[in-house]
Design a protein around this ligand. Structure first.
Ligand code: SF4
Ligand code: SF4
Length: 481
């Protein structure tokens, strides 16, 4: 049974839907005692997980129970924010039933279905509530070691969208569509279920297109699209780029919004600003969620080191590997609009780069550095952690997003039929999938079009619409109707 669950998940091409894209069949094969369904959806304005839990609660719970079976876990916890009232109600009314396909009658609360007990854990509205290390601590009180995994403390964390796809995989349904929020400055902010490979521009148009206030002289050129959330996302470079298995949302914002300004600022600009203005107030450290969990991560010190021209990969610099890139230091904590995260991101890139790569900040031993320092497991959360968590409302205000925050982005159940999709072969951690079709072939929605190379980490890719294969490149497959 366990092997069957894992194989079906592998066949269906399920990957982490929260953004990371790690192949799910690898993750759920581990043995743990607790599976946490991550429904925190902590990035502002995103609503796809909330809408999924409110509208597809039975499948989310079924997916959770299947992962509990596969991993031997006795406890399943769905963690979501208390304020997601529709999702909480839907989950509560569905939680007492066992896995539908087992055909067993509902059981008593003491033995809720095969795979153990499932419950809800209601979170307050803080950022970043969905960070895996933060979530494991909030739900279980366990502290994931530095550079460790939830697995090291007996937990698997799966995004609720991934659990939904796991449940469908058991019925032989592959991942062909993506639930995503399209919001911000659009006429009809909503949550859409789109074929993978649909273009960003089409998705924005399906949400009514860019909404420009009548009293401004702005044009569409004055707006940018953020792919993902305003904290963890990136700016879209090209509106013809495709929606992938990990696209959580599209947020249309005026180019003068602080989120767009921050996401568009290059490293050189961040370094120049940091060198001239960092006053070592250490607000970035005091609010850093990993520092507050007891990790040896003090972003104000990396600012000091680099600003004074230090280039050796000291523990202060290599602590970059502890940064989860939540962007809180940059977008909220620093009063001077500086970004320790940009420094950490560049140091991580250098540490992983081939030795011949030229350094830009330090970390001269790129490609040769081995982490033997940042592995502490004797962690103690900061005594003030409880009082330093960042309320979502204040973060939203700081980001200039308050006017969009109230929208629930209801789920649009209509089927969108694009005339053409461009499906990337690499939408996941690992190597690209290898095409198994050729130009001119006719495919049906759900057909396998590219598969994991033998013995490699990756995920299968399937046709998201029925049609004819128009192009196969090293990067994607184009299907037209
Ligand atoms: S919060 Fe900003 S000014 Fe203060 S130490 Fe950090 S980077 Fe420097
Ligand atoms: S992005 Fe900043 S606040 Fe977030 S973990 Fe990294 S250093 Fe800490």
């Amino acid at each position: 049974m366990v092997e069957e669950i894992v194989q079906k998940v592998k066949d269906a091409g399920v990957v982490g839907a929260g953004g990371a894209g790690f192949p799910t069949h690898v993750k759920i094969a581990a043995q743990v005692d607790t599976v946490i369904a991550n429904g925190a959806e902590c990035d502002p304005l995103l609503r796809c997980d909330q809408q999924l839990m409110a509208n597809r609660a039975p499948e989310v719970i079924e997916g959770l129970r299947l992962v509990m079976q596969a991993s031997g876990a006795e406890r399943g916890v769905i963690a979501l924010k208390r304020e997601y009232t529709s999702a909480v109600a839907a989950l509560q009314s569905n939680i007492q039933y066992p896995i539908p396909n087992t055909q067993r009658p509902p059981q008593s609360p003491q033995s809720w279905g095969e795979g153990g007990h499932v419950s809800l854990h209601l979170l307050e509205s803080h950022y970043p509530a969905g960070d895996e290390f933060v979530l494991v601590y909030e739900v279980t009180g366990r502290l994931v070691p530095e550079t460790g995994l939830p697995l090291h403390v007996g937990c698997i964390v799966q995004n609720v969208g991934t659990l939904f796809n796991i449940a469908r995989a058991q019925r032989g349904i592959p991942v062909t569509h993506r639930l995503l929020t399209v919001t911000g400055a659009v006429h009809e902010p909503k949550t859409l279920n789109l074929p993978i490979g649909t273009s960003i521009g089409e998705a924005v148009a399906w949400a009514g297109g860019i909404k420009i206030p009548r009293w401004t002289t702005r044009t569409e050129e004055d707006y940018a699209v953020v792919v993902g959330g305003p904290m963890m996302g990136r700016l879209a470079q090209d509106l013809s780029d495709p929606i992938t298995k990990t696209t959580t949302g599209l947020i249309v914002l005026p180019r003068d919004n602080v989120v767009v300004r921050y996401l568009g600022r290059p490293l050189g600009s961040w370094v120049k600003r940091g060198r001239s203005t960092c006053d070592q107030c250490r607000d970035c450290t005091d609010l850093c969620p990993r520092y507050l969990l007891g990790h040896d991560l003090e972003p104000h010190k990396v600012m000091r080191s680099i600003n004074y021209g230090l280039t050796e990969p000291t523990a202060i610099m290599t602590a970059a590997v502890l940064c989860c890139e939540c962007r809180l230091c940059e977008a909220y904590a620093c009063p001077l609009e500086l970004s320790p995260m940009a420094y950490y991101r560049e140091i991580k890139r250098q540490l992983a780069a081939p030795p011949s790569s030229p350094p830009t900040l330090g970390g001269k031993e790129g490609g040769q550095w081995k982490n033997v320092v940042h592995k502490r497991s004797d962690l103690m959360p900061h005594a003030m952690r409880e009082y330093r968590r960042v309320p979502m409302e204040r973060l939203v205000a700081r980001l200039g997003l308050s006017e969009y925050q109230e929208c629930t982005c209801p789920l649009d159940e209509r089927e969108y039929q694009p005339r053409r999709v461009t499906i990337p072969l690499k939408q996941h951690t690992g190597v690209p999938a290898q095409p198994v079709i050729k130009v001119g072939d006719r495919v049906q929605r759900g057909d396998l079009i590219a598969q994991i190379p033998e013995g490699k980490l990756g995920a299968n890719v399937h046709a998201s619409i029925s049609g004819k294969v128009e192009a196969v490149t090293g990067e994607d497959v184009v299907i037209g109707t």
